[in-house]
Design a protein around this ligand. Structure first.
Ligand SMILES: O=c1ccn([C@@H]2O[C@H](COP(=O)(O)O)[C@@H](O)[C@H]2O)c(=O)[nH]1
Length: 235
């Protein structure tokens, strides 16, 4: 199932993020990442949600199982709709993250979706082989992490569009495939290595696309958002 594009609110300050949102339609999916969260604190999530948006809190937790489990218990109270960890932390860490999230979610509130980052979209295969010491193809590594995440009870993964269809085959249609690295045709890749267009993402079976600079740095962000949304919906 395709969800609305998630806009990455990669701004340092609250007033910049809200200034941006003032120009955008209501009822968006937005992503609060480390930049905004660490400089503005947990309240940022409720404040963005108070404006009628759904929030993916992208903190990519990666630590020992006990630490991640306890951190997730706290994060469950912050009010995000989706949170994440790094699959490289291992199955025990992911299981403890899920336990923490379930324990911390206030009664009557839906548990946030929990997804695991496979290989960052800024990682290229050669770099993975050389720097992480993981041999073989990037696709194999991503699918392996996706299976591990599925077995640990995660609701889905963060991957690039290039791996989405293989993950659908391995983990099923309902397993979330949240895909950053989205660019409009001929857009600047910046630091991303595995990029794709919204239409490619729709064809590959992404369930969510995450779009930052292609919208936030556009001359007309609202128009750029509409273009992304149209291409994603039409596929
Ligand atoms: O593998 C990953 C995981 C997370 N991200 C995040 O998505 C956005 C992408 O921003 P762009 O400006 O569209 O490149 C950004 O917030 C990253 O932290 C990712 O890119 N890749």
């Amino acid at each position: 199932m395709k969800h609305s594009p998630i806009i990455a609110l990669d701004f340092p300050a609250l007033d910049e993020a809200f200034g941006f949102l003032d120009k955008m339609p209501s009822g968006l999916w937005v992503k609060v990442g480390m930049e905004l969260y660490l400089q503005n604190g947990p309240d940022i999530v409720e404040r963005v949600k108070g404006r009628g948006h759904q929030v993916f809190l992208d903190l990519k937790l990666h630590d020992i199982p006990n630490t991640v489990g306890r951190a997730m218990e706290g994060l469950a109270r912050v009010g995000a709709d989706m949170v994440n960890v790094h699959a490289a932390g291992g199955s025990e860490m992911m299981e403890r993250a899920l336990d923490g999230l379930e324990a911390g979610t206030p009664s009557g509130r839906k548990r946030p979706a929990l997804i695991a980052v496979t290989q960052l979209t800024s990682t290229a295969e050669e770099q993975m082989n050389r720097e992480q010491g993981i041999p073989g193809t990037l696709l194999d590594s991503v699918v392996r992490y996706a299976r591990l995440a599925d077995e640990a009870g995660m609701d889905g993964v963060v991957c690039s569009v290039h791996e989405a269809s293989a993950i659908r085959d391995a983990c099923g249609e309902d397993f979330l495939k949240v895909t950053p690295g989205i660019r409009l045709e001929d857009g600047d890749a910046h630091d991303q290595k595995r990029i794709s267009t919204p239409a490619d993402a729709a064809h590959a079976g992404s369930t969510h696309i995450v779009v930052g600079r292609a919208i936030t740095q556009a001359a007309d962000p609202a128009a750029a958002y509409e273009t992304v949304k149209r291409q994603w919906e039409v596929g």
